[in-house]
Write a protein that binds this ligand. Structure first.
Ligand code: GLC
Length: 509
């Protein structure tokens, strides 16, 4: 049996508000994504994941869904989505959408009805509880603030749970009607032909119905980063069985926001829960060899015995971009080589291929309650005042250097980071060792991480120098530099050492 497509794929995340605006309202749209599909083909990614574009009051920029089965007018219409999907498929690009199962918007008709009265038929679709004499039902904290994860509803005299904003009430997945209704929302998009889902904070859908207090010191953390209830696993198996009603290896990629890789690995079940799960500890690791060696080893230890296929991600719409975190382009380039040669499915966040830094967002232009505007800056496509957008002023400021750091300018420069990403994607696609092979960490001098990838007789070695000076690193055998993060020495023999902050992809001579 051949491997499912998503195992050898590279998935490109699009934050739709920031990708490309075609109607002049300052916010990106589905037509803007469609306009740039040929660019994505040229780049060489296999699939796109589009962050939420459903109807939403946008309190959390689309992660507060008020209709799972329609497109918010700011992004276009269902017809625009169907066109986008058809054009993507015609180019061999698969499309994942972002499904938000843990909560809805408080403006979703389900919640409006639930909140109307204690006797409402949908009261039990959300998590309503009486309080304690001291206030909320338990000590859980919401994300984005230090506030309780509960809001008091004056009219019906109870509290409702929200692990995120008060405008994002949590659904009660213990209620079979909720399960059935949410399964229907999956079928709605599966019927339209989507190839899979990124599932937002999916580890939170199962909760202990007694909602016990969290012990100290966990109680200081937002409940969404510690909720790890066994009930979720049964719910995931149910969701998986919906995907399996459809042909073509539809994929579920879970955002499991638990910061221990071993805990994340459990959400793959016995091959019957998530196909892929985000594992964030590497994203939060500093740019240091020891930290990265540990993270890579930890992934192998936690995932391999279960037959779980890892994922790798360095940036997304929730975290500062890697170019900003690591501090310079040399490191961002070395990180690209690392990301795209590790064992597992890599995710590239739109704009990282341009080496974008976070935008500096003055307080008057801040939009996100979670302080994540910088990494959500609009993508510059061209030099000039509009950068390929149809609007004079996009919803967030442009990232730094947009005159030079845009797809048009970097495409004309074969030495650019954009071309590095493209060459890495091509190298990965053409090498079974890189796309599907085993990974073995090699012993290295301080400051260097190296691993060997192997599949049949296809072999590659990757070496990354995290240090800010050159490092010797001898390898037995004779090797050719296939790709260098700084493009130096490609095609020539490897000379047992790495330049400052350089990463190399080597093939046998
Ligand atoms: C996930 C999303 C984030 C959102 C949150 C609530 O972590 O990635 O953007 O704010 O869930 O839906």
């Amino acid at each position: 049996m051949s491997e499912p497509w998503w195992q050898s794929a590279v998935i490109y995340q699009i934050y739709p508000k920031s990708f490309c605006d075609t109607d002049g309202d300052g916010v990106g749209d589905l037509a803007g994504i469609r306009r740039h599909l040929d660019y994505l083909r040229w780049l060489g990614v296999d699939a796109i994941w589009i962050s939420p574009f459903f109807r939403s009051p946008m309190k959390d920029h689309g992660y507060d869904v008020s209709d799972h089965c329609d497109v918010d007018p700011v992004f276009g219409s269902l017809k625009d989505f169907d066109r986008l999907l058809a054009d993507a498929h015609a180019r061999g690009l698969r499309v994942l959408i972002d499904w938000v199962p843990n909560h809805t918007s408080d403006e979703h008709p389900w919640f409006v009805e639930s909140r109307a009265s204690r006797a409402s038929a949908r009261r039990g679709w959300y998590v309503w509880r009486d309080g304690t004499p001291d206030g909320p039902p338990n000590n859980w904290r919401a994300a984005f603030s230090d506030a309780p994860a509960w809001t008091w509803d004056e009219r019906t005299g109870q509290w409702y749970l929200h692990l995120f904003l008060p405008e994002q009430p949590d659904l009660d997945w213990q209620n079979p009607e909720v399960v059935a209704a949410m399964h229907q929302t999956l079928r709605f998009w599966l019927d339209r032909g989507v190839d899979g889902f990124r599932m937002d904070v999916v580890h939170c859908i199962g909760k202990d119905p007694s909602l016990p207090d969290l012990p100290e010191p966990m109680a200081k953390l937002p409940a969404c980063v510690v909720n790890d209830d066994l009930r979720t696993h049964g719910l995931l198996r149910g969701i998986r069985s919906v995907l399996e009603e459809y042909p073509g290896d539809r994929v579920m990629v879970g955002e499991v926001y638990l910061l221990q890789t071993r805990a994340v690995a459990r959400y793959y079940g016995r091959g019957d829960e998530l196909h892929l799960a985000f594992n964030f500890p590497p994203l939060y690791a500093p740019w240091q060899a020891e930290a990265w060696r540990d993270r890579i080893a930890e992934v192998a230890d936690a995932m391999d015995p279960r037959g779980a296929w890892p994922t790798w991600v360095l940036s997304n719409h929730d975290n500062p971009r890697q170019r900003s975190r690591y501090g310079n382009e040399a490191r961002a380039r070395a990180a690209a080589l690392l990301l795209l040669t590790l064992r597992g499915t890599p995710f590239v966040y739109a704009g990282e291929e341009l080496g974008l830094e976070d935008a500096v967002v003055p307080s008057a232009r801040r939009r996100d309650p979670g302080g994540r505007d910088g990494c959500r800056a609009p993508l510059p496509w061209e030099p000039g005042p509009l950068h390929g957008w149809c609007s004079a002023e996009p919803w967030l400021p442009w990232p730094p250097d947009a005159q030079k750091r845009n797809t048009a300018v970097l495409r004309d420069d074969p030495g650019s980071i954009l071309h590095l990403y493209r060459r890495l994607l091509a190298a990965r696609r053409h090498s079974p060792a890189l796309s599907l092979g085993t990974l073995d960490l090699l012993s290295t001098p301080e400051g260097v991480v190296s691993y060997r990838r192997e599949c049949g007789d296809d072999v590659r070695v990757v070496a990354v120098n995290f240090a800010s000076d050159p490092r010797p690193f001898g390898l037995s055998g004779s090797w050719i530099v296939e790709l260098a993060s700084d493009a130096v020495g490609e095609g020539s023999r490897y000379r047992d050492g790495l330049a400052t902050e350089q990463a190399l992809l080597l093939r046998p001579a």
